[in-house]
Design a protein around this ligand. Structure first.
Ligand SMILES: NC(=O)c1ccc[n+]([C@@H]2O[C@H](COP(=O)([O-])OP(=O)(O)OC[C@H]3O[C@@H](n4cnc5c(N)ncnc54)[C@H](OP(=O)(O)O)[C@@H]3O)[C@@H](O)[C@H]2O)c1
Length: 263
């Protein structure tokens, strides 16, 4: 897909990766609809789009509400005349022992990380079928390899991977391309809830990615439509090891994550 002039709807636009992606898409000349709950942060991301030379539209709403998803798609298509791509980037994680995870934390992760992707994708699909467009779902490395203390997050991110694979195979013949991006830890406010100290040196990632690196990968997915992008790329080998030899994977992860959360 050529990004210049493309109409792209982005959830999670107010977050760390979303902001970097807004700058990247603006620089490529895209027309970006920025969706999220915090209007001020969305407006700042919208400024990044315009500064780069793109066009922007801010839509406030909650991915947990199917009606908000429909409204976001409606406003994007009304403003830009079409929708060429949806990037599902909104997400939240709580780093917890399973017995310490609250009802609200489990519910929020399921509602935002899994159902939110469903509501947005289902709402956008008619417009994407019309434009023969693209979907990019941002899951996580923790959605391919189960990581201790992220049981609820893992369940939702594994769910997104299953949904993305099924969707990719379902809509390919109708001209919609679907990609998955699987980052390890990224240096954003997300890590404040998700166990920053684990990510920094002790975590499963062993590396801390910059938001710009992930934004570049999402941009690549929009332009070239690969099935999957692992960040860092070498993590694909760990995912293969996890399937082939889960006992060895267990030992590595237990060693890397031998620092449980306080609660
Ligand atoms: N950072 C990492 O280490 C990491 C690693 C792997 C994967 N990821 C994935 O990358 C994505 C973006 O993460 P980030 O690091 O940029 O996180 P972030 O800075 O915390 O941003 C999270 C984004 O999700 C949005 N969001 C959360 N709940 C929402 C809701 N109910 N309705 C609408 N939007 C909602 C937030 O928008 P509002 O608050 O404005 O609603 C915000 O834009 C997430 O899906 C995450 O799972 C992150």
């Amino acid at each position: 897909m050529t990004l210049r002039g493309a109409s792209v709807l982005l959830t999670g636009a107010s977050g760390g990766i979303g902001r970097a992606l807004a700058a990247r898409l603006g620089g490529a000349g895209a027309r970006v609809t920025l969706f999220g709950r915090r209007e001020g942060a969305l407006r700042e991301a919208a400024e990044e789009v315009v500064r780069g030379g793109g066009e922007s539209l801010v839509v406030t709403g909650d991915v947990r509400r199917p009606g908000d998803a429909m409204r976001a798609v409606g406003e994007a298509t009304e403003r830009f005349g079409r929708l060429d791509a949806l990037v599902n980037l909104a997400g939240v994680a709580h780093w917890r022992l399973i017995e310490a995870t609250t009802d609200d934390e489990i519910q929020e992760q399921v509602d935002v990380n899994l159902l939110g992707v469903f509501w947005m994708t289902r709402a956008a699909l008619p417009a994407l079928l019309a434009s023969r467009g693209a979907v990019v779902n941002v899951s996580s490395f923790a959605g391919r390899v189960g990581v201790p203390y992220y049981t609820a997050y893992a369940a939702t991110r594994f769910g997104v991977i299953g949904m993305t694979e099924a969707l990719r195979r379902e809509v390919a013949a109708r001209g919609v391309r679907v990609s998955l991006v699987l980052p390890a830890a990224v240096d954003t406010p997300f890590l404040d809830k998700a166990g920053r100290e684990h990510a920094l040196g002790k975590g499963p990632a062993g590396v801390l990615l910059s938001p710009a690196t992930v934004a570049d990968a999402i941009t690549r997915a929009l332009e070239r439509h690969p099935a999957e992008i692992y960040l860092p790329r070498t993590h694909r080998l760990f995912a293969l090891l996890d399937v082939a030899l889960p006992g060895i994977s267990d030992r590595i992860l237990r060693r890397l994550l031998r620092y449980p959360p306080a609660t």
